[in-house]
Write a protein that binds this ligand. Structure first.
Ligand SMILES: [Zn+2]
Ligand SMILES: [Zn+2]
Ligand SMILES: [Zn+2]
Length: 346
């Protein structure tokens, strides 16, 4: 598939954008607001069982009954995005164009993980086994794509609710493989590498130890994970999920860790849903890029960086000041957010 999009770098700075006009043609099942109500109709949903021919052929699926690909009988199904932000051009990616106006083809992979057959399901309503299967599928697809030399970084994310960018309400998440390491990831990794050079310890392990000791911003804590309302939360009720075991890469977790994480997501997303009446949110993974042979910095990065998920509720709108400065204005102190999300311990 030829990517109709383009990756562009700002000549004045460091950020990249994806120009993807084809994305404007996506189907949109939502009525224009209000949208807290039931999340759209299943009547034309291309992700529902029985409509497998409405998506490109699946690249992976969990089919307990052993049913044939691209038919019903699946619990989790992974398909290429029909309206990808990036595509795989027919020819290999050319060298980036020289000069000030630097661009390259929108080269990448864009997949959709359909998390459950039930259109009305929510992550928090899945069984523990089903939630664990979603997390295992995420891990397996990340591993598979990271195994391809073309991709420098593979991003997993989930948009829930229209204000968070979802165009279909059927529970799903997305994976985008890119030929570059995005600036935001690079910044976080570089900060962690600098911290370790100075203090000899992982920044995230240190932060976690201090948060554990203080307790005020801990939302949930168990043997394997801690969920915090981060000190400098950009958004009201922002949550970060940290594994207690130091590891730079989510893609290397074991099956047991995936099961435990699935159960944790059920709990945390259920609390968010109940406490804030099912708010729109984005869920994102941050991890170190896959190690490539001969990459001298990878060893240092794997000691310094610590994978985590960020859950970003969409309750406020970034406006002039945020866009101008990159400084978010958050009306809810994280200490209060933690208290609210801790209280609902159902
Ligand atoms: Zn559906
Ligand atoms: Zn660590
Ligand atoms: Zn992060």
């Amino acid at each position: 598939m030829t990517g109709p999009s383009e990756l562009r770098r700002d000549p004045a700075g460091v950020h990249w954008v994806i120009i993807a006009p084809e994305r404007a043609k996506r189907p949109d099942e939502f009525e224009p607001r209000p949208l807290r109500k039931p999340g759209g109709s299943s009547a034309a949903c291309p992700f529902c069982p029985g409509r497998e021919d409405r998506t490109p052929p699946e690249v992976a699926a969990i089919r307990p009954s052993g049913s044939a690909p691209d038919g019903p009988g699946w619990n989790v199904r992974v398909v290429p995005n029909k309206f990808p932000a990036v595509g795989r051009p027919d020819r290999a990616a050319g060298a980036p164009s020289p000069g000030l106006f630097h661009s390259r083809e929108g080269f990448g992979i864009h997949e959709v993980v359909i998390e459950a057959p039930d259109h009305g399901a929510d992550f928090s309503s899945l069984s523990t086994v089903a939630a664990g299967a979603v997390v295992r599928t995420w891990r397996d697809r990340l591993r598979a794509l990271e195994g391809e030399a073309a991709w420098a970084y593979v991003q997993l994310f989930k948009n829930h609710g229209r204000e968070a960018g979802a165009s279909l309400s059927h529970p799903h998440s997305q994976i985008v493989a890119l030929p570059l390491v995005p600036g935001r990831i690079r910044e976080e990794i570089d900060a962690a590498v600098r911290f370790r050079a100075e203090h000899g310890i992982c920044l995230h392990c240190r932060v976690l130890a201090e948060e554990d000791a203080a307790g005020r911003r801990i939302i949930l804590s168990d043997a394997d994970h801690a969920v915090t309302a981060p000190f400098a939360s950009r958004f009201p009720y922002e949550m970060h999920i940290h594994p207690r075991r130091h590891a730079a890469r989510f893609a290397e977790i074991g099956d047991g860790e995936a099961e435990a994480l699935g159960a944790l997501f059920r709990t945390v997303l259920g609390r968010l849903r109940r406490s804030l009446e099912d708010p729109p949110f984005n869920l994102i993974l941050h991890q170190a890029p896959a190690r490539r042979p001969g990459d001298a910095s990878a060893e240092e990065e794997s000691l310094a960086y610590h994978w985590h998920f960020e859950i970003l509720p969409v309750l406020t709108r970034a406006a002039g000041f945020e866009w101008a400065t990159g400084i978010h204005i958050n009306p809810v102190p994280p200490e209060k957010a933690a208290a609210v999300l801790r209280r609902d311990s159902a």
